[in-house]
Write a protein that binds this ligand. Structure first.
Ligand SMILES: [Zn+2]
Length: 365
């Protein structure tokens, strides 16, 4: 089984070398490019989705999210089951309950829960924006992600070499007045609880970014993945600054290509070329049929698959394609990333960072 991964690696290296030697920077086709979406939420064995992933050469890192709705365990059961049945398609990331952080044995209990998840093969741990933006202490103050009460958990992950997939803070737009021209206008209009502009006593965007920096300062061996362009999509230089300062910091682009296209394409391309080993592909789509009153209809299932396929392909056209295109209602120049950079962005970095080789070694059925 390991052999499959080695052969795959060798073939990939060989094809990169050949295209380099020939000076041929022709991008791989969409189906040729092995792609890992490092940010999705799939909580059902959905055969047509598995078929789609196989057909388009996509795999996904399947992330459990904090379930304030009481579905934490059910969600983990579904995700664990998917990764057990289809390890080559759905490696899984666990999360933990941030409520109860003021109990004396909190960190100990979380570590025991996560150890149970690691025994089932999960490849990392997710932490979500509710810490810093929702959860409060008894005195009414927001709990920040670098709170010392979380340190034993971070230290444990660092010791085990498990990455922390961190969606902390939000795009800067959450701290700005609602702006109809912002790609986040619709989200913050409908979800005012996450729109912090003008609210008294809330942490600033800078406070939350500084808290994440502080986690990395306190735990330099902890691998941190800044989800959603590290909530700094408005400022590529600020991301670069963190990538320079924290060698174990990486980012993924899930749901934030719409921020990338707000920058000049040559700047974005230069950013990818400067940090080819630090950026990963992701989309961030949820499929969570449990807990619904009525199960998804056939039509819903078909439109979900269609939407996914369209968006994956659109993204690929932006990263790998050439020339002018429409993306997120903008006219943009596609990035036309070199083959070797695409390879790292679309799978090499994820395989290294989440240690996916063993999980990938089963041939795709
Ligand atoms: Zn997500």
């Amino acid at each position: 089984m390991r052999c499959f991964a080695s052969i795959l690696n060798a073939l990939l290296l060989l094809s990169a070398a050949v295209s380099h030697a020939a000076g041929d920077e022709k991008s791989p086709t969409y189906e040729q490019q092995l792609k890992i979406d490092v940010h999705s939420h799939v909580f059902e064995d959905f055969p047509a989705l598995n078929d789609l992933f196989r057909r388009i050469n996509m795999r996904t890192v399947n992330i459990c999210v904090p379930a304030g709705d009481g579905h934490l365990e059910e969600m983990h059961r579904a995700a664990n089951e998917l990764s057990r049945k289809y390890p080559e398609l759905y490696p899984c990331i666990a999360t933990f309950d941030l409520r109860g952080h003021d109990r004396r044995d909190y960190a100990e209990k979380v570590i025991a829960w996560l150890d149970g998840q690691f025994a089932l093969g999960v490849v990392g741990v997710k932490i979500w924006k509710e810490v810093g933006m929702e959860i409060k202490d008894h005195d009414g103050k927001f709990v920040l992600p670098d709170d010392p009460r979380f340190d034993p958990i971070y230290a444990h992950l660092a010791k085990l070499g498990k990455p922390l997939h961190a969606h902390l803070a939000e795009p800067i737009d959450a701290w700005l007045p609602l702006d109809p021209t912002s790609p986040y206008f619709s989200y913050y209009s409908k979800r005012p609880e996450w729109h912090f502009h003008g609210k008294p006593g809330v942490p600033s965007h800078a406070d939350l970014i500084a808290a994440r920096d502080n986690i990395m300062r306190k735990h330099p061996t902890l691998v941190v993945i800044g989800a959603h362009l590290a909530s700094l999509g408005h400022d590529l230089d600020a991301i670069a600054n963190r990538l320079e300062r924290f060698p174990n910091f990486h980012i993924e682009v899930a749901a934030r290509a719409r921020d990338l296209v707000r920058h000049p394409s040559d700047k974005v391309r230069a950013f990818f070329l400067k940090y080819p080993d630090r950026i990963m592909y992701g989309l961030d789509v949820m499929w969570k049929p449990f807990g619904r009153v009525t199960p998804p209809s056939g039509l819903e299932r078909r439109s979900h698959l269609q939407m996914l396929e369209t968006r994956y392909r659109e993204d690929f056209n932006y990263y790998a394609g050439q020339g002018t295109m429409r993306y997120a209602e903008r006219q943009v120049e596609a990035l036309h990333l070199p083959c070797a950079v695409l390879e790292q962005f679309y799978n090499g970095n994820a395989r290294r960072i989440y240690k996916l080789d063993a999980l990938q070694s089963s041939p795709v059925r």
